[in-house]
Design a protein around this ligand. Structure first.
Ligand SMILES: Cc1cc2nc3c(=O)[nH]c(=O)nc-3n(C[C@H](O)[C@H](O)[C@H](O)COP(=O)(O)O)c2cc1C
Length: 189
C-alpha cells in the first residue's frame, strides 16, 4: 500500500468498537520499532512507551480508574466517568502510554522533544493502520495528572503525550474528514 493511502486511511477507532481479539505481538513490535525511527534533534530519542498487553490490559484500567477514584474530590466524582475510565480498555488488545522523557541535561528545547515524540506516535499508528489494527489516541481521564506519570515510573519533567488504545475491529473503517483541504493550509512563496 502506498504510504499516502495508509496515512489517509488511519482513523481514530473508539475502543468500544474493538472486538477483544489480540493483536499479534509482531505488529506491536513493528509499531514500537517504527516509533524509534522518528526524527530526533540531537539524538535525544525522548520517546518512551509503557506497554500493556492482552494478559494485563485491565491492570491499566484499574490503575487509571483507581487514580480517578482517589484523586477526584467527592463533590466532583462521577460514577459513570469512573466506570468509563476503568473499563475503557475492556475490548482492547493493548494499551501503550506514550511519554516524552526529558533528560535533566537536555539542551534541546522541550517543544522539539514533544515534536519528536509526537512523530514517534504517528509512526506507531501508521504501522497499526497498515495491519488493519485500530488505534485511539486519548488524552482523557487522569493522563495529565502528576500522579499518573509518577505511577508509571516517570518524573516531574517528563510528559505524558497520550494513551493509545489498540485493538482489532470488525466494522468497515470509518471515512475520515478534514475541515479544509491541504492546499488551504499552505502558503506558497
Ligand atoms: C494529541 C491528541 C490527543 C487526542 N486526544 C483525544 C481524546 O482525548 N479523545 C478523543 O476522542 N480523541 C482524541 N484524539 C483523536 C482526535 O479526536 C482525532 O484524531 C480526530 O477526531 C480526527 O480523527 P481521525 O484521527 O480519525 O482522523 C486526540 C488526537 C491527538 C493528536
Amino acid at each position: 500500500m502506498e504510504i499516502l493511502d495508509i496515512i489517509k486511511r488511519r482513523r481514530t477507532i473508539d475502543p468500544d468498537d474493538f472486538n477483544g481479539k489480540a493483536v499479534a505481538e509482531e505488529v506491536i513490535q513493528a509499531m514500537l520499532e517504527a516509533a524509534n525511527w522518528a526524527p530526533t534533534h540531537g539524538f535525544t530519542e525522548p520517546w518512551r512507551f509503557v506497554v500493556y498487553g492482552p494478559e494485563n490490559v485491565q491492570d491499566f484500567g484499574d490503575f487509571h480508574g483507581g487514580l480517578y477514584h482517589t484523586l477526584t474530590p467527592e463533590t466532583q466524582f462521577l460514577q459513570k466517568k469512573y466506570e468509563k475510565i476503568k473499563y475503557r480498555a475492556k475490548n482492547c488488545s493493548h494499551v501503550i502510554v506514550c511519554i516524552n522523557k526529558r533528560g535533566d541535561k537536555s539542551n534541546i528545547p522541550e517543544l522539539e522533544e514533544i515534536a519528536a515524540t509526537s512523530a514517534a506516535i504517528q509512526n506507531m499508528l501508521l504501522i497499526a493502520t497498515a495491519h488493519q489494527v485500530g488505534t485511539f489516541w486519548s488524552t482523557g481521564g487522569m493522563c495529565y495528572h502528576p500522579e499518573f506519570k509518577a505511577g508509571l515510573g516517570f518524573g516531574e519533567q517528563d510528559q505524558v503525550l497520550g494513551i493509545i488504545y489498540i485493538g482489532q475491529y470488525d466494522m468497515a473503517t470509518p471515512e475520515g474528514k478534514r475541515n479544509s483541504d491541504w492546499n488551504k493550509k499552505v502558503i506558497r512563496k
